[in-house]
Design a protein around this ligand. Sequence first.
Ligand code: FAD
Length: 535
Amino acid sequence: MVEPAASQVFDIAIIGGGINGCGIARDAAGRGRSVFLCEQNDLGSGTSSASTKLIHGGLRYLEYYEFRLVREALREREVLWGIAPHIVWPLRFVLPYHRKLRPRWLLRLGLFLYDNIGGRKLLPRTRSVNLHRDVTGGPLKPEFRRGFEYSDCWVEDSRLVVLNASAAASMGAIIAPRTKCVSAEKHGGIWDVTVAGPDGTRAVIQARTLVNAAGPWVDQVVQNVVRDNNRAPVRLVQGSHIVVPRLYEHDGCYIFQNDDKRIFFVIPYEQDFTLIGTTDQDYHGDPADVRASAEEIAYLCRSTSDYLKTPVTPDMVCWTYSGVRPLYAEHEQASGSAAQAATRDYVLKLDAAEGEPPLLTIFGGKITTYRRLAESVLAKLDPHLPAATGKSAGWTGTLPLPGGDFPRDGFDSQLAALERDYPFLPRKQLRRLLRLYGTRSQMILAGAHSSQDLGRDFGAGLSEAELRYLVQHEWARTAADVLWRRTKLGLRLDAPAQAALEEAMRGLVAELVPGPLAMPPSAVVARPTEIEHTR
Ligand code: FAD
């Protein structure tokens, strides 16, 4: 791992460890760029862990004529499935025809475009469904007789972030979670970037270019870090999800239309649950404080109950989460358009006056298109940097993410191999590990001859060996990092088990992370004091 020399000038400094920041870090590091990324909290703790978790073209965006975005996003489905088959997999969505809402011909046309404009090669095409005969019609009210079924993909969103960060670090990028960028100043064609670790210790690093990938905090960075007087044209739109016990047996998902013209999804989740979302409403608070409101929960329950035979009620909700979309809104702020109508496409603003170091600010974007966004960012920064010496543009679409080095259709054979190698572990536990870590499951399991060899069991198959892996290789530091972003075991561990986990994490961090606890973690991350330099 590269430790920055005291006087190193990074090619790129990135503010924000969400999917966009980490995607840029991976691509840039692969191209031979020196990269520094700081994230004020845990990696993926912003919007990138609060999505619907779909790699999708966005059927709905066709209504807003967002053909560029839809085409690019549709293409990414099979690309991302190919590079990360452990955390990305195909889903089938049923769209029931509702006689009072969009006409059947419009649904058919939208799905025809969806099947044909985005380079679909492996995902199955759209088909019509007789909901009175098909298994997917079972949970629906009898008035829904006909529908369509089409393909999109699932992604474990926060894991996609960490895997991009991990890949970047393995190629020399410095990834500094729990490190906030507090100011960035231009001096002699170079950025002086001041960061503060969790104990307040400050450090300065230097970079030739700076990327503001702060998601919903983009304007805060514009105002408080780079101190530009112009407000960023961003519209913050809240979206919330609810999780309830599994509503039906089959594996299919639903996309339902509402009479407010919105659509929402109902998706089997974590084996025993169903995920329902999302909402769209303007948000004016601090993105860190966003929570699902009682109205949003009631709205999602009511809307789902309009379609399902068995009603969904707020008392069934076991978990909610909420995120803030940082949408580009230059032309919309004044127009008063509905939140769901704001563009989901990304916009990159390059500020590069003669003789000054460039600042690139990111607005909007989808998890689905993060890889293409990264390519566009690097294309904009390239002319301002020395010639790159690493891989060529496009490499991120063919080389696997960590743990994803097996074929798209290879999950079952990987699982069978794990069952052969570790017959003493339940299939459910091995399946969970393979879905999270892919071939890297071996880094947790190797050498174990019994379940006791994996150390203490914290419940639901979470072992000490897994925790050690997460602390050493994935920057996990707290129980919340493990329960909600590296895994979703927060849905299964009760309060005493979570408290025991918190305590164990403190012990493991003290044992495994060099240096003071409060400093940015892991041996792969340079601590601010180590990268401080005098100008
Ligand atoms: P973030 O993930 O928010 O990352 C920005 C990071 O910057 C944060 O972690 C923050 O802590 C950090 N930061 C901010 N300021 C500083 C600072 N000063 N110093 C250091 N760090 C800082 N997209 C899809 O493709 N599919 C979907 O199904 C989907 N569903 C969605 C559902 C909802 C409800 C929402 C809200 C969004 C959804 N999206 C979806 C969109 C997608 O989630 C976002 O576009 C994407 O996650 C944005 O990533 P980001 O990296 O720009 O922002």
